[in-house]
Ligand binder design. Sequence first.
Ligand code: PLP
Length: 394
Amino acid sequence: MKETTRAIHTPYQRRDAYDALQMPVYHAMAFEFDNAAVMSDAFCGRTNAPDYSRVLNPTVTHFEEIVASLSGAKEVSAFTSGMAAISAMLFSTVKAGQNVVSSRHLFGNTYLLLTNTLRRFGVEARLTDLTDSKLVEKAVDENTACIFLETVTNPQTEVADVRELAKIAKKHGIPLIADTTMIPFTQFDGEKMGLDFQVVSSTKYISGGATSLGGLIIDYGHFPEISRLIKKDAVFNLGGYMTPHAAYMQTLGLETLKVRYERQADSALRIAQMLENTPGVESVGYPGLDSHPYHKLFNELYGDRAGAMVTFDLKDEESCYKFINALKLVHRATNLFDNRSLAIHPASTIFGPLTEEERIAMDVKPTTIRLSIGLEDVDDIYADLRQAIEAATE
Ligand code: PLP
């Protein structure tokens, strides 16, 4: 079966007692056993029967199995949020005294996880330019635990060549981990391009209209000890396993993922093209545009649809505030890939708690607006953006 069919028809592990068409939400926190031996087998991991929903739940397992089928993963683990997945991934990979090689361009909380939280446990964050293989080679040493990247950085829209990073990771025998939140795993073959693990905020594209928080670790099984630590150590001891209700919502989200992605990416390209020709707009950041510095590389890696995040710059911060305040249809809200179009001024919000020096180092500019293009009619979205740009720049 092709993936759009598998997204809807992946069978459950066990037939439902009532033959429900959709996977029921098993909102039970504990499960009963016929006898002591079967119970011991489940608790000791000799069978995969659910015992307690902090560590295993049939609705979550079903969601994980569909993601595995769509991504080609050997194993998938679902978490309560993208940050829970990223934390479980890094705590399972890194030890005190080691370092993580990553980018200066990271999602705000991932940056703080690496530079604050993990630093307190004796882990060094080596933030470099992942688009420059020579700098990456220089940063990696015998204490490097992994290379961590984001496929399209937010809001800088930078794209590193995963294939080059994979060569370096392989040479040093360390995993290459990518946060692929920006481009869903249905759009590319992560294993073929050299990834060992993907981490995803499934709150975004996967949830289907911002219905629920969630995170994923997509594991190709190349590092069995890390896989074991994720499933047995992080899930059990850190907590953060996905809730059954979120798994139900996100299973529904998967059913429409591909059509939503295609429609939103097509609209985003049109919006980006129109913004390029809109007076008052200084520049537009969208990898789907021919003019984007990473356009060709993006197409080679992730195909000809470049997602729903578009950024653009106005002349100063004051104009950005005026633009945000003048919006009538597009919502003033964070999040990405909701069914609704959203706008935010990243420098004063997501990156607001950082110092100005940190923002400059991360290339988060006070003049940038980030849009997430939704499923509304594209002409309506553009009309609202245009009137707000006129109001901001007159
Ligand atoms: N990674 C990226 C690229 C993100 O944009 C976000 C956004 O919030 C996260 C991770 C964190 O995900 P969550 O909010 O689900 O914890």
